[in-house]
Structure formats: C-alpha cells, structure tokens
Design a protein around this ligand. Structure first.
Ligand code: ADP
Ligand code: TYD
Length: 214
C-alpha cells in the first residue's frame, strides 16, 4: 500500500523544522515507519544545489532561482519521495511545491500560470496527502529569525527578505489553504513549542489513524 506524504509549510522562522523533528521522534516511538526530508536539499544533488544557489552571497537571477528549486524538487520526487511512498512509508517533508507558489509566485512576482507549469513539470502532478501550514505573524517570525542569526544558526539568502515580502508569502499560503481545505490544516504557530506540538500531534494522529500507518 502507498505510504502517506505530509508536508510542513510556513514562512521562515515559523518553527516548522523544530516541530518536524519532534513529530518524527514521536511517531518513531509509536513504531511508525517515517522518513523526514526537506526542500531544497533532500537528496545529494539537492544538497549541492542548495549550497550553490541558496547558501551563497552571489546574486541569483529570479528565474534561475525558480528553475533551481524545481530541479531540486524533480530529483527529490524521483529518488526519495516516490520510492519511500512505494515502500509504504510516511514521508514528512520540510517544504514542497506550495513553497514555490508562495515564494516565487507571490514573493518574487512570477505569474501563477508560469509557476504552476514549472511545479507540474517537476512533480509530475504529485501532491501531498496532508499539508500543515504553520501560521505565524510576520512580526514574530522576523523576531525569531533575528535571534536565530544572533545565536549563529545558519542563515540563507531568503532569511534577509523584508516584512512586505513575507506578508505576501503568508497571504499566498493562506490562499492555497482556502482553495484546498481538505489538504491543508492551519496551525497557530505564535505559541510555545509545547503548545504547537500538541496541535501537530493531534492532527497527525487523527490523519494517520484513518490510514494503516498508525
Ligand atoms: P523554520 O524551520 O520554520 O524556519 P525553526 O524551527 O528553524 O523554523 O525555528 C526558527 C527559530 O525559532 C529557531 O531558532 C527555533 O529554535 C526558534 N523557535 C522554534 N519554535 C519556537 C517557538 N514556538 N517559540 C519560540 N521560538 C521558537
Ligand atoms: P531553509 O533553510 O530550509 O529554511 P526554513 O528552515 O525556514 O524552511 O531555506 C529554504 C528557503 O528557501 C526558505 O527561505 C524558503 C525558500 N524556498 C523557496 O523560495 N521556494 C521553494 O520552492 C522552496 C522549497 C523554498
């Protein structure tokens, strides 16, 4: 039986990577066969691409950025996501195609039709079974990003965007959530790590409970 594909989305600093790690630990304790991954950088090629176009100070043309996120995704779908789902595993990815819609579409201003076409090419139409959107105010996210850079955690080119940029990205995510209410769950990500974790575990337990994964 095909596994389940779950994605975590949110603006930078929404706390989704922290929650993804904690959820994976919780599911493993419950003997769920779970694999965690991320975009960009879920495969060896993806990690090299990530370093080359994201963890760099070189100016990257917006169209190159759009195509590189898509290239990373194509490799990820083909060699990690599809095989793991074929083995019946639960795949949880820190970001997927919705991020391109939000960041390159609303953030960088590429037309929706162009973005959709490129996403379709990269994914072959594959969609997550469930997407959690970690909804944090732009103000709180910027605060967290600032403290992240002060504590010396790795930052990238996208961590230095303006409040307006993140406001547009957040609105784009909320628009997808409205369009696809069956796939999307919105989680208030302004609270404490423990509060958010409780909400995540509740949603995931309910979701996987309807499948044979739990
Ligand atoms: P994302 O992956 O969404 O960018 P992270 O999980 O890396 O977010 O969290 C961003 C920063 O905020 C990190 O320094 C992390 O330790 C901190 N953080 C995560 N969750 C919370 C929370 N609920 N409250 C306060 N700080 C948090
Ligand atoms: P990452 O360090 O993984 O950030 P975070 O932990 O906040 O998710 O960096 C990924 C960055 O790339 C993040 O700013 C979002 C951006 N991004 C896009 O712009 N488009 C995309 O399609 C994807 C997958 C990510």
């Amino acid at each position: 039986m095909r596994g389940q594909f779950i994605t975590f989305e949110g603006i930078d600093g929404s706390g989704k990577s922290t929650q993804l790690r904690m959820l994976a630990g919780e599911l493993r304790q419950r003997s769920v066969d779970v694999i965690t991954t991320r975009e960009p950088g879920g495969t060896p090629l993806g990690r090299r691409l990530r370093e080359a176009f994201l963890e760099t100070e070189e100016t990257v043309a917006p169209i190159a950025e759009l195509l590189l996120f898509a290239a990373d995704r194509a490799q990820h779908v083909e060699f990690l996501v599809k095989p793991a789902l074929g083995e019946g595993r639960v795949v949880i990815s820190d970001r997927f195609a919705d991020a391109t819609f939000a960041y390159q579409g609303a953030g960088r201003g590429f037309p929706e039709a162009t973005v959709n076409q490129i996403i379709e090419l990269a994914t072959g139409g594959m969609k997550p079974d469930l997407t959690l959107f970690f909804d944090i105010s732009v103000e709180n996210a910027l605060k967290r990003m600032r403290s992240r850079s002060e504590t010396g955690e790795r930052i990238n080119r996208m961590d230095v965007e303006t409040a307006d940029f993140y406001t547009n990205v957040r609105s784009a995510y909320l628009a997808i959530a409205e369009r696809e209410p069956m796939r999307f769950r919105i989680i208030d990500a302004n609270g404490s790590v423990a509060e958010i974790q409780a909400a995540v575990v509740e949603i995931i337990t309910k979701f996987l409970g309807k499948t044979s994964a739990l």
